[in-house]
Design a protein around this ligand. Structure first.
Ligand code: NAD
Ligand code: ZN
Length: 381
């Protein structure tokens, strides 16, 4: 599969590029389209650098004009890197290299590198162009799209940041072959979320396509199956990315419809605050999706079958659907309710949660006001 598919974003054509073996394509498209710069700076982490940095570096290097420089910076991997210190260290590096406003930052990595580099780009010299090369499934279908950039503080995740749109988002599906299994499931949670709110027929593809998707990610099985699996993976990532791109185009700053992407995240974020780092984001969202479907059912908006289907699909992709006793203890109901109070979606004390009508459709085109008693009822079950 050598084709490159593109998706427009915020009315700019060809922002998102999706395909396999894209390194050379990335180098030529980047140097052709983000070209009035003196410096390109690739920023990545210690896990990705030995895997992909050389190839990307050499590909871009081959396309540089004589007056252009290509620099690299490698940061420790992990969520701790999304912090003020790391932001300052990149800025100091750029300043010491005499980089000015004609610098393009290249984020090669998962959501951690993407969010951090995006935020550096948003404030360095009052804003420089940047591109995303997401390397996790989660970053491809979710964090690289939409322009939300941020760092964490001791008070919580993503509390300092800004909206800053990347000039290009290059999804090179080939890099997913080295992604650990648990990280694949982490990304699947967001894909399941997306199809649960957007399309029953796409949800069915997930229900039926596990073997094919797996063969594409792990690179085994015979050539015919591999080809079908790769086409299926590309189709799923493309559909998911296109859905998010469309929502972001209609509501960039999340006033209403972009709030739908938070399905599973009202409970999910609160669980994450209590259980991270032992539990990954997608694992907390998995429980959040089930509990928000249960809330929808409790309020009379969807059938029991909807919950069951969601649960089975999450299980199929090896996501948790129950808390173990230890995590349950750690959660503490009152603390969860307390954390849910500071959800960015809330309007004052009014909690707003995305409710499901069926697999593939939501009750409203935005999150719905829900009373505390109902939220608590589901938590206590
Ligand atoms: P991550 O960036 O920490 O990556 C997970 C791990 O996988 C890292 O250790 C990384 O080095 C490694 N890795 C990445 N790609 C690899 C590959 N191809 N092969 C082998 N190893 C690879 O985690 P993530 O799940 O991508 O991102 C999580 C972050 O994204 C969180 O900070 C979250 O807040 C943020 N996020 C942001 C948005 C947004 O809209 N901006 C949306 C969702 C999540
Ligand atoms: Zn999420």
């Amino acid at each position: 599969i050598s084709n490159v598919a593109t998706i427009s974003l915020l009315n700019v054509p060809h922002v998102i590029h999706i395909g396999y073996q894209l390194m050379d394509h990335i180098a030529s498209d980047l140097t052709e389209n983000v070209n009035n710069v003196s410096n390109y700076v690739i920023i990545t982490d210690t896990r990705l650098a030995p895997l992909y940095l050389n190839k990307l570096f050499e590909s871009i290097q081959a396309h540089l004009k004589p007056n252009q420089r290509l620099l690299t910076r490698i940061l420790p991997c992990g969520e701790q890197t999304k912090c003020r210190n790391a932001k300052a260290s990149i800025e100091d590096f750029l300043l010491s290299e005499k980089c000015t406003r004609d610098t393009c930052l290249i984020a090669l990595g998962g959501g951690v590198i993407g969010d951090l580099v995006g935020f550096v780009a948003a404030t360095f010299m009052r804003g420089v162009p940047f591109v995303q090369i997401p390397t996790t499934l989660l970053a491809m279908v979710d964090s690289s799209i939409g322009g939300k950039t941020a760092i964490d503080t001791a008070h919580g995740k993503n509390l300092i940041g800004s909206f800053w749109q990347p000039r290009r988002i290059y999804m090179n599906l080939s890099v997913l072959e080295t992604l650990p299994k648990r990280e694949v499931s982490n990304g699947m949670a967001e894909i399941i979320k997306t199809f649960a709110i957007s399309s029953e027929s796409d949800f069915v593809k997930l229900e039926n396509g596990k073997t094919q998707i797996e063969s594409a990610l792990l690179g085994f099985s015979n050539r015919h199956e591999l080809y079908a699996g790769k086409a299926m993976l590309m189709n799923i990532v493309h559909t998911c990315a296109a859905f998010k791109a469309d929502i972001v185009t209609r509501d960039e700053k999340e006033n209403d419809i972009r709030g739908l992407l938070n399905f599973g995240h009202s409970y999910g974020h609160a669980y994450e605050a209590r259980l991270s780092p032992e539990w990954l984001h997608g694992e907390c969202i998995s429980l959040g999706l089930i509990h928000e479907a249960e809330l929808s059912h409790y309020l009379g908006h969807c059938s029991l079958a909807v919950i069951t289907r969601l649960e089975q699909c999450l299980q199929l992709y090896e996501l948790p659907v129950k808390f173990d006793e230890n995590s349950k203890k750690k959660l503490e109901l009152e603390r969860v309710m307390d954390i849910m109070k500071v959800d960015k979606k809330n309007k004052g004390a009014q909690k707003r949660i995305v409710l499901l009508k069926d697999i593939g459709s939501t009750l409203e085109n935005k999150p719905t006001n829900v009373a505390d008693a109902a939220i608590k009822h589901v938590l206590q079950k």
